[in-house]
Design a protein around this ligand. Sequence first.
Ligand code: SF4
Length: 69
Amino acid sequence: MKVIVDQNKCVASGQCVLTAPEVFDQREEDGIVVLLAENPPEGLADDVRQAVALCPAQAIWLEEQETKE
Ligand code: SF4
């Protein structure tokens, strides 16, 4: 799973940080999202999906990656 954020769309609501604090943070000065983990471990996948669903600005999306090796 690869996480992508668009800081230009973010409205600094903080939903993503509340939902997946290991993956998202907010800038001190304006609350805009900061991505902490572009490739979060599988154990956080559900939290990240929830953050995507809760983000009011559709500023987060995912690229699911097949890991077949
Ligand atoms: S939930 Fe969306 S709008 Fe809110 S801080 Fe996170 S990325 Fe920004």
